[in-house]
Write a protein that binds this ligand. Structure first.
Ligand SMILES: [Mg+2]
Length: 214
C-alpha cells in the first residue's frame, strides 16, 4: 500500500529537546495542579509523573480522576515564553523536499501547535493539525488516539509514517501497521528507523517510499 501521510509529532520532534519547551510545559502543569487542587510542588510533581506514566499524559489522568476543566488546563500549560524557538530554515527546506501529505499529530492542543509551527517557520508544510481535542482528549500512546487520527484522515495504517521522539508513542502505531521513525529517542526504544535529529529525515523517507510504493 502506498504511503499517503507523514504524521509528525510536534514537541521535541520538530525541535530539539534542549530548546526547553517541554520543561516549561512540565512546570506549568505542576503550577496548574498546585493552584487548582491546593497541592504542594512535591505533590503536584508526583501526581503529574504518575498520571503521565499511567495515562500517557498528566491531562488524561486529571480528566479521569480530578474533574478537570480541560480547555482551561490546555491553555494554561501551553502559555509559554515566546523566545524558546527560532525559525529553522534547514527544516523548512527539508519539508519542502518531502512528498505526501504532512500532518501534525500531537498530544498538545491546536493553539500551541500553531505557535510552535509559526515560530519554527514551517507552518505552510502541514495540511492538518490533529490535536488531543480532535481525538476526544485521549492522548498517545492510547490506541484510541491512533484510530481516531486514522478515521479523521480516512487513512489505512499502512498508508502512514509516524515520526516521533517518544518511543512508547510509536509502539501502538507499529502494531497497527504504520511505519515508525524514532527521532532522538532512547537506545532501548523500538522503531522501524531511528534518526538523531529531524534534519536526518529525508533519506529515510526516500528509503521507505522506495520500498513501500513498489
Ligand atoms: Mg514529542
Amino acid at each position: 500500500m502506498a504511503i499517503r501521510f507523514l504524521l509528525f509529532d510536534l514537541d521535541e520532534t520538530l525541535y530539539p529537546r534542549a530548546a526547553g519547551v517541554m520543561q516549561e510545559i512540565g512546570r506549568q502543569i505542576r503550577r496548574y495542579i498546585m493552584r487548582e487542587y491546593g497541592a504542594t510542588w512535591e505533590e503536584a510533581d508526583s501526581l503529574a509523573r504518575r498520571y503521565h506514566q499511567e495515562y500517557g499524559t498528566s491531562m488524561r489522568g486529571l480528566l479521569l480522576n480530578n474533574d478537570l476543566d480541560v480547555e482551561r488546563y490546555l491553555a494554561f500549560v501551553h502559555d509559554l515564553p515566546r523566545d524558546l524557538l527560532q525559525p529553522n530554515q534547514a527544516l523548512d527546506a527539508l519539508l519542502a523536499e518531502l512528498p505526501d501529505e504532512k500532518v501534525i499529530f500531537t498530544n498538545a492542543d491546536r493553539p500551541h501547535a500553531e505557535r510552535v509551527l509559526a515560530q519554527l517557520g514551517i507552518r505552510r508544510h502541514f495540511s492538518r493539525i490533529i490535536d488531543v481535542v480532535a481525538v476526544g482528549y485521549v492522548p498517545k500512546p492510547n490506541l484510541a488516539a491512533y484510530t481516531a487520527c486514522l478515521r479523521l484522515l480516512d487513512a489505512h495504517p499502512a498508508e502512514c509514517v509516524l515520526i516521533e521522539d517518544t518511543g512508547r508513542n510509536l509502539a501502538p502505531a507499529k502494531d497497527l501497521g504504520m511505519t515508525t521513525i524514532l527521532v532522538d529517542g532512547n537506545p532501548t526504544d523500538q522503531a522501524d528507523y531511528k534518526i538523531p535529529t529531524i534534519l536526518d529525515l529525508e533519506p529515510i523517507i526516500k528509503t521507505i517510499l522506495a520500498t513501500q510504493n513498489k
